[in-house]
Design a protein around this ligand. Structure first.
Ligand code: GDP
Ligand code: IMO
Ligand code: MG
Length: 421
C-alpha cells in the first residue's frame, strides 16, 4: 500500500502529528521534497520533537528514508540524529536511509539565500535555509549530492568545480566569499559519518511495494507553496503536491493507493504572500495564541485567517485527495461565531475558485458564511459524538463544502487527541 500525505494549505497543518499517528501501520516513512525549511512537530510521551529532515515516523519501528527529490542540510541532520539519541531514539543506518542523489545544502546556499532576500525589494520571507539555492543548483546541474560529500575524491572533484562559481556569486552580492571554503572539512567529516546511511530510495520503495509492504510518503510545506502551482513568487522551491511524491521518489503513479490532505480548521501562513482571509484583529490574535501559531523552524508569528474554501478546492484538484485529516478545531473553541470563506469578490466578479495569479488573489475580498461557535474544552474529546453540536456541524459543513471525506479530526497536539470521524 502506498499513501501520500501532503499539506493542503500553506504548511504547518499538522503533518508531523498525523504521520506520527499513522506510522505504526506502515513499514516505510519517506520524505520526498523540501529540506529543513520544514518543521514537523511530534508530541509523544510528554516530549516535543521538532523534526526538519527526519521523517515523522521516527518514534516507531519503521524504515525512514530521505528521497533524491529532497534537499538536505547534513549538519542539521546530524544534530537531529544526536537530539533523538539523547532522547533514547537511535537513528542507525538500519533505520534511516538517505538517497545517494539527495541534494546537499551547503553554507554557501544559506548565505546566498540570505543575501538575495536582503536585496529583494518585495520580500518572500524565506526560512534562510538555502532551499531555493540548493534547488537552483539541482536544476542548473551544479548540485552536490549525498554521495559526493561521503567520498574524498568525489568531494574534491565536485568542490574544485563549484568553489570558484560560488565565490564569485557571493562576491557579486557583496557577501563574504570565505563562507564557500571555510567549513569544507567539517562537511566532509559529516559526509563520512553519513556514508553508511546511503541507499537507493527508488529501489527500496519499489521493492517494498512489490513485497506487499506499506509505504507512507510525508510531504513538507503545503499546496499553495508549490513551486509550479502555488502563489508565486511567495512559494518554496520544490513541488509540494502529491504527484511529486511519485516523481521525487521514483515510483510510478499507478502504485498510489491513498492521498491524504492535512488541513487546519482555519488557515495560517508564514512569510509573505496573499492570504485573503487574514485576520489582523483580536480573532486573528486568538488563533495565533490559542493555536501556538509561531513558526517551528524560524519562530516567526504565523499569519492567521478563517478557513478558505476556494483555496481548499484548488488544493483538492492539485492533490486528488482521497481523504482529509482536519486539525486544530480545538483552537476555534471560545469564539462566539466563526466564518468560513465560501468565495471571493474580485472587482465586479464573484469567484468560487482562486484566480491563478497571486496579484489577483491578493485583491480578492472574501465572501463569508457565518456560523455559531462553541464553548467548553474539547481537547479531551475522544469521539465525534462527544463534540459539542456546533463543532460537529462545523466539521460536517467543511466536509460537505469540500466534497472530500474528513477521515480524522484532531483536537490537540498529543497522540490521544485524534479520533476517526
Ligand atoms: P507541520 O509542519 O504540518 O508538521 O505542522 P507544525 O508542526 O509546524 O505545526 C503544527 C503545530 O500544531 C504543532 O505545534 C503541533 O504540535 C500542533 N498541533 C497539531 N495538531 C493539533 C491540534 O489538533 N490542535 C492543537 N491545538 N495543536 C495541534
Ligand atoms: P512545513 O513542512 C510553512 C515558507 C516560508 C516562505 C516560503 C519560502 O513545516 O509545513 P523557503 O525557505 O522554503 O524558500 O521559504 O515558504 N515555508 C513554510 N511555511 N511551513 C513550512 O514547512 C514552510 N517551508 C517553507 O515561510 O514564506
Ligand atoms: Mg511546520
Amino acid at each position: 500500500m502506498f499513501t501520500i500525505i501532503t499539506g493542503a494549505q500553506f504548511g504547518d497543518e499538522g503533518k508531523g502529528k498525523v504521520v506520527d499517528m499513522l506510522a505504526k501501520e506502515y513499514d516505510i516513512v519517506v520524505r520526498f521534497q523540501g529540506g529543513d525549511n520544514a518543521g514537523h512537530t511530534v508530541v509523544a510521551d510528554g516530549k516535543t520533537y521538532k523534526l526538519h529532515n527526519i521523517p515523522s515516523g521516527v518514534l516507531f519501528d519503521v524504515r525512514l528514508l530521505i528521497g533524491p527529490g529532497a534537499v538536505m542540510n547534513p549538519k542539521i541532520l546530524v544534530e537531529e540524529i544526536d537530539m533523538l539519541a539523547e532522547n533514547g531514539v537511535d537513528v542507525t543506518p538500519g533505520k534511516l536511509g538517505i538517497d545517494a542523489k539527495t541534494s546537499i545544502i551547503m553554507p554557501y546556499h544559506m548565505a546566498l539565500d540570505t543575501l538575495r532576500e536582503e536585496k529583494r525589494t518585495v520580500k518572500i520571507g524565506t526560512t534562510s535555509r538555502g532551499i531555493g539555492f540548493a534547488y537552483m543548483d539541482k536544476v542548473g546541474r551544479d548540485e552536490l549530492q549525498m554521495a559526493d560529500i561521503a567520498e574524498s575524491d568525489r568531494f574534491k572533484r565536485r568542490m574544485d568545480e563549484i568553489v570558484p562559481q560560488k565565490e564569485s556569486a557571493i562576491k557579486e552580492m557583496n557577501g563574504d566569499p570565505s563562507v564557500v571554503t571555510s567549513g569544507l572539512d567539517e562537511y566532509h567529516g559529516i559526509g563520512k559519518r553519513l556514508k553508511p546511511y546511503i541507499t537507493d530510495v527508488s529501489l527500496e520503495v519499489n521493492h517494498a511495494l512489490a513485497a506487499g509492504k506499506k509505504v507512507l510518503a510525508e510531504g513538507a510545506q503545503g499546496a499553495h507553496l508549490d513551486i509550479i502551482h502555488g502563489t508565486q513568487k511567495f512559494v518554496t522551491s520544490s513541488s509540494t503536491i502529491a504527484g511529486y511524491a511519485c516523481a521525487g521518489l521514483g515510483v510510478g503513479p499507478t502504485k498510489v493507493d491513498n492521498v491524504m490532505g492535512i488541513i487546519k480548521a482555519y488557515i495560517t501562513r508564514v512569510g509573505e504572500g496573499p492570504l485573503p482571509t487574514e485576520l489582523a484583529n483580536e480573532e486573528g490574535e486568538h488563533l495565533r495564541e490559542k493555536g501556538g501559531e509561531f513558526g517551528t523552524t524560524t519562530g516567526r508569528p504565523r499569519r492567521c485567517g478563517w478557513f478558505d474554501l476556494p483555496l481548499a478546492k484548488k488544493s483538492i484538484n492539485l492533490n486528488g485527495y482521497t481523504g482529509f485529516s482536519l486539525t486544530k478545531i480545538d483552537v476555534l473553541t471560545g469564539l462566539n461565531s466563526l466564518k468560513v470563506c465560501t468565495g471571493y469578490e474580485l472587482g465586479s466578479e464573484t469567484l468560487g475558485y482562486p484566480p491563478e495569479l497571486s496579484d489577483e488573489l491578493a485583491r480578492c475580498k472574501p465572501i463569508y458564511r457565518e456560523v455559531p461557535g462553541w464553548g467548553g474544552d474539547i481537547s479531551g474529546t475522544a469521539s465525534f459524538a462527544e463534540l459539542p453540536g456546533n463543532a460537529q456541524k462545523y466539521v460536517l459543513m467543511l466536509e460537505e463544502l469540500m466534497g472530500v471525506t474528513i477521515e480524522y479530526v484532531s483536537v490537540g497536539p498529543g497522540r490521544k487527541q485524534t479520533f476517526k470521524k
